[in-house]
Design a protein. Structure first.
Length: 180
């Protein structure tokens, strides 16, 4: 969604955060939310996984089922009743979708999320607070998921930005339960 001029070739490569956690995605389907040109859709499709991509602008991504939908237009979530083994969201924030995203994640499913946070206005777009996470917000946004990793702060590459990143799983990840 947000890419700076001069970074076009970089925007075609998968995010470092997505690549870092991709090996935890052993099966599909994978949902790429607000996929844009489909760099992450293509990345997972090339790994042999079933991929569904959704964006408001029509796309043609080889080996990927594309769903055109305006996720912010007030219409229904286009994946009601469907479950995904993994959901990827990068450079996109629409807080009302948080419950739908969490609800669409299958048991043991993985969420890989990376987007801009407060402070990014110093480095460019997005700069509107409505599109910037508050400190620690992503970590609290999906209460039914178990965080695997969370980072927030300044990134130098692919361009200077303030970001938050979350990798989380639905289900039990070695959680020790203590009987009362």
């Amino acid at each position: 969604m947000a890419s700076g001029a001069g970074h076009h070739e970089l925007s075609l490569a998968p995010s470092h955060w997505v690549r870092r956690w991709a090996d935890l995605v052993a099966r599909g389907p994978v949902l790429d939310v607000a996929s844009g040109a489909g760099r992450h859709s293509l990345f997972f499709a090339e790994r042999g996984l079933e991929v569904v991509s959704v964006d408001r602008e029509p796309q043609s991504i080889p080996g990927v089922r594309f769903v055109q939908a305006d996720l912010e237009g007030g219409g229904a979530w286009p994946f009601a009743g469907q479950r995904f083994a993994a959901i990827v969201v990068t450079n996109y924030l629409h807080r009302p979708l948080f419950p739908a995203i969490e609800g669409a994640l299958a048991e043991e499913g993985l969420l890989i999320y990376e987007t801009f946070m407060a402070g990014n206005e110093r480095y460019g777009r997005p700069s509107n607070p409505a599109f910037l996470l508050r400190e620690g917000e992503l970590l609290q946004a999906f209460p039914g998921l178990e965080p695997i990793a969370f980072e927030q702060g300044y990134l130098e590459r692919p361009k200077p930005a303030m970001v938050q990143r979350l990798c989380a799983r639905r289900g039990h990840i070695g959680r020790v339960r203590i009987a009362p």
